[in-house]
Design a protein around this ligand. Structure first.
Ligand code: FAD
Length: 478
């Protein structure tokens, strides 16, 4: 396999040395590690297609990989598979400002898209907190969200067209570059499919005009429940913020320490950041209304920032929260559940109770406006018993989200991490229907095998685990 891949790629396009493969053994969820046998670094669509055709001929599974920042184990080859990484596919292919669109290769970093058009007054709205490192291909595969997705929608609302290499190596186009077209929406089917339907090799994105005015408000509270109540109040007042993010005390302490500042009141139990954008007067009115909602919910102080520099200072802590926690605690396991906004206060209380019961600290930093929770379970890795408890606690938190009428994932995808919870949320018929779609694209189950769907091999026997995906035959060509 290695020799055949080398023949298809430019020099240094194949990674086969054991120590170099270490860089590909996990994604952002470091609890699950599997070193792949071989990684390839194509630069063009034709090279991706040639590699996938080779896999098709040889019966070899493959795993697409972007920047490896995913948080559900999606880009990891659990069983022997060729990892096709897009880190050398970083070209902006076309900018079409009159039609407000841009076409990029999949390895282009999210924040580079805005950088390419900001000078002309445009931007790309979906902004995962990992936006300075994650790739657009990974964003498409995970249907990623971000701070501004509350108002502007997640990745699927911003992808107009995809060039895709299907699992048999065929190159095809999904969508047509226009916002609305009459065909079956296969573009939408591909977005969020986590690398199981093929590899996106060129992506046309929608661009937005930068807003005329932006303001940020920071409110601090003596309890998480009060901050959650403010979120409920702001929504009930019919304000639609561009973003609404919450952090708890553990995060506040970590970021203040990390940044060497006390930007967030150190004795607060929670802070809420609300960003408002639009026309000048509209923003000014919404900011006063949002501030009143925070005060009604019990905010101790409310700070307002209009200038770019002041806004950046208020956001700085939120943007560096996960790094700050990573610096303070040896390991974290980040979960991604969703609850209806109205359920935020009781769910936050219940997560605190679970944390105490398990004796494991849980920090919370999340997209509060979407009810998209990101509890980080903090622990020391290396002890199998502790790691098992961490996963049990994470599962209990997701159960809690489902019981509150929510979901096991908001934006990080299912991957390998959450596939065994899929049958908590979906019936066997739901899963079988999804399996049929997958099989229509990939009858041999070779594109990112064993992700998303629970099978007896990966999740154990259960009456509900009857998804008809073919088991992989042993692969020994590496
Ligand atoms: C600190 C931190 C903060 C984060 N914040 C957010 C956030 O706010 N919102 C959010 O949604 N996510 C967030 N994430 C998760 C992660 O950054 C996103 O899921 C991101 O989209 C992954 O992109 P990637 O390039 O790293 O993809 P990878 O991790 O490399 O891959 C992710 C999945 O995409 C598939 N894939 C990759 N490229 C392609 C392609 N070209 N074609 C088909 N499939 C492909 C892979 O097979 C895998 O299943 C965060 C992660 C970290 C570490």
């Amino acid at each position: 396999m290695e020799r055949q891949c080398r023949a298809l790629l430019p020099a240094r396009g194949v990674v086969a040395a054991r120590q170099e493969l270490l860089a590909y053994d996990c994604d952002g969820l470091t609890l699950h590690r599997h070193q792949p046998p071989l990684v390839v670094l194509p630069e063009t669509t034709e090279q991706v297609a040639a590699l996938v055709r080779l896999c098709h001929r040889e019966g070899v599974p493959f795993v697409a990989r972007g920047s490896g920042t995913g948080l559900s184990g999606g880009a990891v080859a659990e069983t022997p598979a060729l990892v096709i990484a897009t880190t050398r596919m970083r070209q902006v292919l076309a900018v079409d400002l009159p039609n407000r669109r841009i076409t990029v290769q999949p390895g282009v970093i999210n924040s580079w898209v805005t950088r390419a058009v900001a000078g002309d007054g445009f931007y790309y709205a979906p902004d995962p907190s990992s936006q300075v490192v994650c790739s657009i291909g990974g964003n498409v595969a995970e249907n990623s969200g971000g701070v501004h997705c509350l108002k502007y929608g997640v990745t699927s609302n911003h992808v107009l067209e995809l060039e895709v290499v299907l699992p048999d190596g065929t190159i095809t186009t999904l969508g047509s570059g226009l916002p609305e077209t009459p065909e079956l929406d296969l573009r939408g089917v591909f977005i969020g499919s986590e690398g199981t339907l093929g590899i996106a090799t060129a992506i046309t994105l929608r661009l937005l005009r930068a807003p005329a005015s932006v303001a940020v408000l920071l409110a601090d509270f003596t309890s998480m429940e009060a901050a959650a109540e403010a979120v409920r109040g702001i929504t009930a007042a019919a304000i639609l913020p561009a973003g609404m993010e919450m952090m708890d005390r553990l995060c506040i302490e970590a970021v203040n320490d990390y940044l060497g500042l006390e930007e967030y009141p150190p004795d607060a139990a929670a802070v809420l950041l609300v960003e408002l954008d639009g026309q000048e007067e509209e923003v000014a009115m919404a900011m006063e209304l949002a501030a009143a909602c925070c005060q009604q919910a019990g905010a101790r102080t409310v700070r307002r920032a209009r200038e770019a520099e002041d806004r950046a200072r208020l956001w700085q802590g939120r943007k560096s929260a996960i790094s700050a926690l990573g610096r303070r605690f040896p390991s974290y396991y980040l979960q991604d559940g969703v609850v209806p906004r109205s359920a935020l206060p009781p769910v936050m209380r219940a997560i605190g109770e679970l944390s105490e019961r398990y004796g494991l600290p849980v920090a919370n930093v999340f997209h509060a406006g979407d009810g998209n929770l990101h509890p980080l379970i903090l622990y020391r890795s290396g002890d199998a018993a502790v790691e098992a408890r961490v996963q049990e606690l994470a599962a209990d938190i997701l159960r809690l989200c489902l019981d509150a009428g929510g979901s096991i994932s908001g934006e990080h995808g299912v991957g390998s991490d959450k596939r065994c919870y899929m049958d908590w949320m979906f019936t066997p018929d739901d899963l079988a229907t999804m399996g049929l779609v997958r099989q229509a694209f990939d009858p041999q189950n070779r594109a990112n095998p064993e992700k998303i769907f629970p099978t007896p091999r990966t999740c154990g026997e259960s009456a509900r685990r009857r998804t008809e995906v073919p088991e992989l035959a042993g692969v020994d060509v590496f």
